[in-house]
Design a protein around this ligand. Sequence first.
Ligand SMILES: *[C@@H]1O[C@H](CO)[C@@H](O)[C@H](O)[C@H]1NC(C)=O
Ligand SMILES: *[C@@H]1O[C@H](CO)[C@@H](O)[C@H](O)[C@H]1NC(C)=O
Ligand SMILES: *[C@@H]1O[C@H](CO)[C@@H](O)[C@H](O)[C@H]1NC(C)=O
Length: 690
Amino acid sequence: MDYCLLLLIFTSANFFPEQTTATIKLSFPKTVLGQFASSVERCPPETTNAGMHQASALCNIDNQLFNPPKILNCSLTLDTILSWVSGATPEQKLNLASSTQILTSIPEQLTPHNITHAAKITNVLLSDQQTAQTKDIAVLAVATVSQLLSAHHEKYSSVDQAAISQLTQTLQKLSLREEPNPLLVQPNMAVHSLKGKMPIKQVQLTYFKGLNDTFSPDRIQLHTTDDKISKDRVDFQMNIILGKDFAEDVGFVLYDNDLFFKSKSFQPSLDTKRRVISANVHENSEIEQVRFAVTPSADSTLSINDYACVFWSYEKQDWITDGCTKTESPSGHLVCKCERQKNANFAILMAYDINYQYSEALHWISISGCAMSVVGLCITALYQILTRKSRGSTPTLLVVNICISMMVFYLLFIFGINNPVQHVNVTKMSVQNIVPESDYHKYRDQGPCTAFTALLQFFLLATFTWNTLYGLNVFLLFKNSVSGTPSWFPKVSMAVGWGLPAVIVGISLGSTYRVDEPLGYRQEEFCWLASMDHRQKFSIKKPMFWGFVLPLLLMLISSTAILLHFSYNICRTNPNLNRSRKTPLKKKILSSFSLAVMLGLSWVSGYILLITQEKNLRLILSVVFCLLSTTQGIQIFILFALRPFLNSNPAILNSLRAPEIGFHKKSFSLRKYKMSESKETYKSTYDDSA
Ligand SMILES: *[C@@H]1O[C@H](CO)[C@@H](O)[C@H](O)[C@H]1NC(C)=O
Ligand SMILES: *[C@@H]1O[C@H](CO)[C@@H](O)[C@H](O)[C@H]1NC(C)=O
Ligand SMILES: *[C@@H]1O[C@H](CO)[C@@H](O)[C@H](O)[C@H]1NC(C)=O
C-alpha cells in the first residue's frame, strides 16, 4: 500500500467570512493515498471546537504528496455551517465542505445531532448545479459521509431519518452525475460510475478482498461483459442487466454498513455489519435484472443460518423482498436476483448462529471431589437424624437442611451442568426469501438446560441461606442464653430456608426467561445463569448478578456482621467469665462462616473451570475444585458427625489420643470445659456437639 509521508508546513490561513490571515504550523501523519489526513495540531482550549483537528489535507493519488491543507475556523460549528450553506457562493461552499469534513473527523465525538446536521449540509452541498468546485465538493462530501458511517450504531437511533433518506437519494443522483474518480472511494463509502460511451448489455461490479475491510479504489473493478473472474478473491459482486442495449450511464453507491438504513423489521443484535449497494440508471432507462452475490465472511465465532435478499423501500422505510429471489451457488456464495428494480439500495441480510464453545465434560478428578462431598454429607445427615434426641430439634433441622441442599447441588453439578441440547452444525437455509428478525438466529428452548440452571440456582442459594440461618441461630442463643432458641425459629427457618431461594429463582425466571429466548436467563455453553451482555462484558442487569451474586454477598455480609458482633462481645466481657459457654458458640459461628467462604470459593473455582478452554489450566482447576469441594464435605462431616460422635464416646477418643491430630486437640480442650461444668446448665444453653 502506498502512502503520503509526513508533512510539516507553515501556512497562512484564510478564513471565511472575514478574510483575516495568520501563520500557523501544521503537520500531518502518514496517510493512505486518496484519503484525508487530519492535522496533529488541534483547536486551542479556549475555542468552541477545542480539541478538534485544526486542518485536513488530501493525500494526492498522482504525486503521493499532500494537497495544500484546508484550515478550520475553530469557532465554527455544524449549526452555523448549516445556516450559511444554502446562500453561500461556490467558493464559500468549498470552504464549508472542508470545514464539515474536519468537524466530523472524530467519529467518537459525533452526537446524533451532529450527524443530522452534517447529513443536511452534505445534502445541500451535493444538490448544487455544476460549477468549477463541484468535483472537489463531491470528494469532501463523500469523505464526510464515510466518516459519519464510522460513528457507533447506537448514535443512529436518534438521528433524523428524513435527512438521512434524502442524503442517500442525493448520493444516488451523484453516482450518475460524477465522472469516474478514485477519490470518491473513501474507507466506508464509495461512489463508482460508468459513463455509457458505447452500447452495453450488462455491467458487472466486482469488489476484491484485501487485507483491509475498508474500501479502496484498487479493489473495485467494472466490466461490461460477463468476464470470468477468479471467484475465490471476490468479496462481493453485482451484475446489472439493462433493458435496452444502448449507451447508458450506470452509477453505483457502496456503503460499508447499513447505518443509514434503519429497519423496523430487522433488528441486529450481534456486532455484524451488512454492506449496501445501490445500482442506478437515468430516468428513461430500464434495469431488467440485478444479480448480486457475496462471499460469507469466515468468522470462527459465527456461522450463517439463513439469509434474505432485500432492497430498501423509501416509502415503508424498511427492507422489502418484492421481486427478489435467492439461490445458493455451489461454491458457497450467497446469490440474489431482483427483477426490474431501478435505482434501489440492495443488501443481503444474514442471520447467524453463534458457534458456542460448549463446556467439556467434567474431569474425573472434579467428579470424585463432588462424590466424596456427597458421601460425607449423606453420612452427616443420617447421623444427625439418628442422634437428634440428644441435641434438640432446631440444630438438627439446620444441619440436615444444609447437608441436603448441598448434596443435591453437587449431584446436579455432576449430572446437569453440561448443556444436553447443543446446536452444532445445524445450518439449513430456507428457500423462502423472508426478512429475518435479527442477525442472530434464535432457537426455541427445549427445556432441560433451563431446568438444571433453575435447580442449581435454587439449591446453591438454599445452601447459603441455611448456612446463614445456622449462624443466626447461634447468634440468637448467645442473645437469649437462658431461654434458648425462640420457639418460632424452626418454622421461620423452614419458610425462609426454602422460600427465599424459591422466590429469587421465581423472579429470575419470570423476568428474564422466554421460550423463544432462553439466553436471557441462562447461558448456552453450560447450564448456569446468564452473566454477560451482548458485548461479552459482565453485566449487573443479568440474573447472574442480581439473582445470585447479590443475595450471596448480602448473606456473607450478614454472616460477617454476626461474627464481628460476637468477637466484640466476647472481648468486652471478662474473657474468663462464662468462657465455657461462649467459646463453643464462637467456634460454631466461625465454622459456619468458614463453610460459607469455602462454598463460595469452590463455586468460583467450578465456574472458572467451566469457562476455561485451556487444557492444563482445566486440569489444575479440576484439582483445586476437587480439593475445595471435598474439603467442604469433610469439614461438615467432621463438624457435625465425627466430632459429636467422638465426644459422646470418650473411650474411642482416648484410644485416638496417641496420634494427636491437630484437629482433635481442640475437641479435647472443649471436653474439659464440659466436664468442669454442670451438665444441666450447659444443655439448656446449647449443646456443643450439635
Ligand atoms: C470564525 O467564525 C466566526 C463565526 O462563527 C467569526 O465570527 C470569526 O471572525 C471567524 N474567525 C476568523 C479568524 O475568520
Ligand atoms: C455536536 O453536537 C453537540 C450537541 O449535541 C454540540 O454541542 C457541538 O457543538 C456539535 N459539534 C459541532 C462540531 O457542531
Ligand atoms: C486499514 O485501513 C485503515 C484506514 O485506511 C488503516 O488505518 C489501517 O492501518 C489499515 N490496516 C491494514 C491492516 O492495512
